[in-house]
Design a protein around this ligand. Sequence first.
Ligand SMILES: [Zn+2]
Length: 160
Amino acid sequence: MSETNGQASGMCAVFGCPLRGTLGSDGAWYCFCHYGKPSVFNDAITRELREKQMHIVLSTIDIWQHFSSFYDAPEAYRAIQNRLIAADRRDLLMGNADCSAHRPGKPIVRMWLQRLDRTLIEATADIGEQKRIASTVPTAPIIGPTHASNFHPYADGAAA
Ligand SMILES: [Zn+2]
């Protein structure tokens, strides 16, 4: 696998994002984690993916690059299993750790990929949602007349 800088073709349009761009919007392609999120949260989502979910990210890319089939690449399948085990995510294994890569058919691998994708979506789902309340965005003061009856914006010094 060649190194990518996150901007290679086929990748998510968000700078530094390690995922594939699979959802189109305004002429660009985004990953399922960045798609539809306000761009102000792009970096936070990318950080979550790169710093905490990379074992899953790499696994989804591996599966995708093998076209959801490991019949001719059982070692690639084992590498994914081992990576998830090393990251203490046995719950994300396709089957048992020693499950044969030759046994499961394509639909099962596809379902596995969807499960990994969904895990990434859930890991980034609350970025830009619930956590917005806890952020330090200042509340803008109310501008404009608050008392319609006797308020004039130029009342002081603009009598002429
Ligand atoms: Zn992305």
